[in-house]
Design a protein around this ligand. Structure first.
Ligand code: 13P
Ligand code: SF4
Length: 343
């Protein structure tokens, strides 16, 4: 494959979404990355939120958190370059202690992962002894290590229902927890980590935490009303990290990959995704027949840190290496592997 062939391949997909001069520049970067990837025996995993030129040029696999964790668990390459955020790269390391895992940006955090510490989980466990802990995969390794099981937006309901327990601690996303509670018919409470349960908290089946995704919490029912006024036939897809009233007002709610599949497999006049805007571009690029509306004032600054330039430097300079202390990794692996087995 030459630079020109890379450019032509990208152009075939992206000419409606990315201006040509940018495509030419990015094709050069993509070409160099793909060469280095082969030389270094690396695999590139790309989350569905990556910007279109990156998403459609360098990943060997694209997908949602669950699909990429599965790919990370089975790769035979020496290096995993994770074009996503830190907690995703950490999950890949948890599953592959002997491999080098690289995150192209030094930070690429996540407001949900930052919302809870391992100490918070230990306090909750002390307060609700014996209650299993399910942690969203959007957490750091030390929080996973304190958990019995992980889940993603793609399997949260199945994970909660797989437990042989009527009650579950579900962390840290308040809105995902509320949405799962609704789906499973469970009564949820949000206690403080330290105080004892009071009378109003005696009847509960899910115990949540007040973490929020800084992107999805911004979508409102008013956004949906406004868009439906202008496009009455629009189909609205909301990620389950959105507030419950937004999910309830939308037409479909599921993981990022399930949203992509929904658009691919249906034929509606307009679609609006209530999630990181780049995903709308990626779907539009792959499905020229679909009319994607975008609300792009709401972006994930962490996912947006991952660029083609940084990915090239990651491979050139072997950076930024993700490390997880072995005692934490071993405990976190149990929670992640249990999740992968459930599906
Ligand atoms: P998915 O697992 O649905 O891809 O979601 C990950 C995420 O961070 C959503 O904001
Ligand atoms: Fe985290 Fe939200 Fe960004 Fe996803 S979109 S990585 S949940 S801050």
């Amino acid at each position: 494959m030459t630079v020109e062939a890379t450019y032509q391949q990208m152009k075939a997909k992206l000419s409606r979404v990315v201006p040509d001069m940018e495509l030419r520049y990015k094709a050069e970067l993509a070409y160099e990355i793909n060469q280095l990837k082969k030389e270094k025996n690396a695999v590139i995993l790309g989350h569905n939120y990556m910007e279109p030129a990156l998403f459609h040029s360098i990943p060997d696999f694209t997908g949602d958190s669950l699909e990429l964790a599965r790919k990370a668990a089975t790769t035979d390459k020496d290096i995993i370059v994770f074009c996503g955020v830190r907690f995703m790269a950490e999950t890949a390391k948890i599953l592959n202690p002997e491999k080098t895992v690289l995150l192209p940006a030094q930070k690429a955090g996540c407001s949900l992962a930052a919302s809870i510490t391992a100490e918070d989980v230990r306090r909750l466990k002390a307060r609700f002894p014996g209650v299993p802990v399910v942690s969203y995969v959007n957490t750091y390794a030390d929080v996973k290590a304190e958990s019995d099981l992980c889940c993603t937006s793609g399997n949260a309901k199945a994970v909660v229902e797989s437990l042989d327990s009527e009650t579950v601690i579900f962390l840290p996303d308040e809105y995902l927890a509320r949405n799962v509670a609704k789906e499973t018919g469970k009564h949820i409470i949000f206690p403080s980590a330290t105080a004892g349960p009071d009378d109003t908290e005696l009847d509960y089946q899910m115990i949540g935490w007040h973490g929020r995704c800084e992107v999805h919490e911004k979508f409102t029912v008013q956004d949906i009303t406004n868009v439906r006024q202008q496009f009455p036939d629009v189909v609205i897809l909301a990620h389950p990290e959105c507030p419950p009233e937004v999910v309830a007002t939308s037409d479909f709610s599921a993981s990022t990959s399930a949203m992509i599949k929904f658009v691919q497999e249906t034929n509606k006049p307009h679609y609006l995704l209530l999630t990181e805007c780049a995903m709308g571009d990626n779907i539009a690029a792959a499905n020229p027949d679909k009319e994607m509306l975008r609300l792009c004032s709401v972006r994930c600054p962490h996912m947006n840190e991952i660029t083609l330039e940084d990915t090239l430097n990651a491979l050139k300079l072997n950076r930024y290496v993700i490390d997880v202390p072995e005692d934490i990794r071993m405990r976190a692996a149990k929670a992640v592997e249990r999740m992968i087995q459930i599906g």
